[in-house]
Design a protein around this ligand. Structure first.
Ligand code: NDP
Ligand code: HSE
Length: 445
């Protein structure tokens, strides 16, 4: 599929017509969506050209006490709610993949426009979902799926549609940024901060998705697809999380004038044969403390876009939490509702470029290697030659005494990930290397 045809078969219900909404999920996000939809009802009606009318709220257990929703609107049967003739838009804020996929596909096939905040679903099944939306000539919106309140999907899909994007890079997971920021600024403990991020509603139902980088990888897949007009799924994204980052790593980064952030990096690279390919990756990354991303604290997110004509753009704001996410969901609801009332469709998927995905090993990266080595003459030269043998140039070497050994911190210039990885593996086999404390990638200044 390349792109959708706007206005082809949807004449609209006509100005003043009510737009029926089914809300699937009433947790952190869903409850805020309904609160704001109710509070702003009058304003939203003006913006849409017709009133939004809530037709039902699907949850997994209707017997739980729920504030803010009339009990008769609650149901455990999402499929029956979706199928109602008076439902025009389905808002999916349940999460997870399998069940969410079934309900979203059922909604699209039944001719309902869908708004979802579910990055895991979009990153795993975008082709199937886009095809279903296209076939039914309805909208599929997912602004909240990437960086919650920050408008980034819309700008990539619409505002930058006339430009050539080179890279999209940023902090796209609030939970891990909250944890890393607290470890860096107050010396807080990893587990305590994860519990706090969960309490505040930032973390996923299973926070493993946050700390192991899968949530950020889903967002990277979505960003790369939009930026490079190519289908990119979560399986195409190299992913490392923050669960192995220690207080020692944070201290070492500080001493070197750096901080550690979990970055999603999507870029167009030129492979060894001179062809363009996409690299999409998520990993803990050292950045200098004066880098603009270093000051993105707490659960905030920031996304940098570099485009040929526009130059550098930065999007910053609330990347998690009920109300910020609900803001993005409602923005999409307004867009989908306008189309239901006045006709037409939002721009759909654009995957015409179909660029290949680069192997992670073929991606240029930089390493920061912290190790303990035997403290004697010639060791430095021996280690340096291991790097130079693979054509890797060293940027800095810092040495400190630690007991009977020396602590050596080596920072490389950019080299192929596969060469850097092989060099670290070779270091592990050297008798003079007593311990590799950490290997963390470094982003350019
Ligand atoms: P929650 O776990 O807080 O809420 C999930 C809701 O889905 C609950 O109301 C639950 O019902 C309901 N649900 C679960 N299973 C079913 C089912 N089979 N049928 C009907 N309803 C069901 O999740 P969040 O609100 O935090 O997240 C929702 C989505 O938004 C996820 O995709 C998440 O990735 C995304 N998102 C979340 C952000 C955040 O900051 N929280 C930010 C951006 C996106 P019950 O209440 O009965 O348990
Ligand atoms: N769990 C996600 C985060 C929610 O921490 O960023 C926002 O997508």
């Amino acid at each position: 599929m390349t792109s959708t045809s706007e206005n082809s078969f949807n004449p609209g219900k006509g100005p003043g017509s009510p737009v029926g909404v089914a809300l699937l999920g009433y947790g952190t996000v869903g409850s805020e969506v309904l609160r704001l939809m109710t509070e702003y009802a009058g304003e939203l009606e003006h913006r849409i050209g017709g009133p939004l009318v809530l037709k039902g709220v699907a949850v997994s257990d209707t017997s739980k006490p729920r504030a803010g929703v009339a009990p008769e609107l609650l149901t455990e049967d999402a499929f029956a709610l979706i199928a109602r003739d008076d439902v025009d838009i389905v808002v999916e804020v349940i999460g997870g993949i399998d069940y969410a996929r079934q309900v979203v596909l059922a909604a699209l096939k039944a001719g309902k426009s869908v708004v979802t905040a579910n990055k895991a679903l979009v990153a795993a099944h975008s082709a199937e979902l886009d095809d279903a939306a296209e076939a039914s000539n309805v909208d599929l919106y997912y602004e909240a799926a990437v960086a919650a309140a920050i408008p980034v999907v819309g700008p990539l899909r619409r505002s930058l549609a006339g430009d050539q994007i080179q890279s999209v890079m940023g902090i796209v997971n609030g939970t891990t940024n909250f944890i890393l920021d607290a470890m860096d600024s107050t010396g807080a403990n990893y587990d305590d901060m994860l519990a706090e991020a969960t309490r505040l509603g930032y973390a996923e139902a299973d926070p493993t998705a946050d700390v192991e980088g899968h949530d950020a990888a889903s967002k990277a897949a979505i960003l790369a697809s939009l930026a490079f007009h190519t289908r990119v799924t979560i399986d195409d994204v190299y992913c490392e999380g923050i669960s192995s980052i220690t207080a020692g790593d944070i201290d070492a980064a500080k001493q070197a004038g750096h901080t550690i952030k979990l970055l999603a990096i999507c870029e167009k690279i030129t492979d060894k044969d001179g062809n363009q390919a996409i690299s999409a990756r998520v990993h803990p990354t050292l950045i200098p403390r004066d880098h603009p991303l270093a000051s993105v604290n707490k659960s905030f997110n920031a996304v940098f876009v570099e485009a040929e004509a526009a130059g550098r753009l930065m999007f910053y704001g609330n990347g998690a939490g009920g109300a910020p996410t609900a803001s993005a969901v409602l923005g999409d609801v307004v867009g989908a509702a306008r189309n239901k009332v006045h006709g037409g469709r939002a721009p759909g998927a654009s995957t015409y470029a179909n660029l290949p995905i680069a192997d992670f090993g073929d991606t240029p990266t930089r390493y920061h290697v912290d190790m303990e080595v035997v403290d004697r003459v010639g060791v430095l030269a021996e280690l340096a030659s291991l790097f130079s043998d693979r054509g890797i140039s060293l940027r800095t070497i810092r040495q400190e005494e630690v007991g009977e050994h020396a602590r050596l911190i080596v920072v490389t210039h950019s080299a192929l990930e596969s060469d850097l990885h092989a060099t670290v593996e070779a270091l592990k086999d050297m008798p003079v290397v007593k311990e590799i404390n950490s290997v963390i990638r470094l982003e350019r200044d």
